[in-house]
Design a protein around this ligand. Structure first.
Ligand code: FES
Length: 161
């Protein structure tokens, strides 16, 4: 049975009862895994639990690419920044996606259609540069190919509305 929002976060925090501030990153990771992102309410709860100011938690979490403060979009795009993908031009692909969607890593478009994340090697280096959208791998991506994929996804969604 799926636990409610409040209880799952509370259960995670209970398991860190008495933990020191060193537990901040694992707590953030675990909570994000459950919730999909770190909401303001959750950050305040963590702040109380670890006796750390919320501003400090935002500061630490913002430093790491892995944490996000907005819910994922309908299409969650992951761009690989591993060495093989980087050598094959993943930075240009990422730039083009950011320009097209007007969001950066960790952000979600206003219409909640797309969200973006940057990760290290996805283990598909032979297909580099690689992007992943909702679990589907797109191989040998170029900036133009990325724009085409985004347009196709958007069009498909509009047809369904
Ligand atoms: S470096 Fe991108 S899949 Fe390995």
């Amino acid at each position: 049975m799926k636990r409610s929002h409040a209880s799952s976060v509370d259960t995670i925090l209970e398991s860190y009862q008495g933990a020191s501030r060193d537990a901040l990153i694992p707590v953030l990771q675990e909570v994000q895994e459950h919730e999909g992102y770190l909401s303001e309410a959750v950050i305040i709860k963590i702040s109380r639990q670890l006796n750390l100011p919320a501003s400090k938690i935002y500061g630490v979490a913002s430093f790491y690419n892995q944490f996000r403060f907005q819910p994922k979009g309908k299409f969650h795009i992951t761009v690989c920044r591993g060495t093989a993908c980087h050598v094959k031009g993943s930075a240009k692909v990422l730039d083009m996606i950011m320009k097209t969607l007007k969001i950066g890593p960790g952000q979600t478009t206003r219409d909640k259609m797309f969200s973006l994340e940057v990760v290290a090697c996805m283990g598909a280096c032979g297909l580099s540069p690689v992007i992943n959208i909702n679990g589907e791998i797109y191989a040998k991506t170029t900036p133009m190919k990325a724009v085409r994929i985004l347009n196709e996804l958007r069009e498909k969604e509009l047809v369904h509305v």
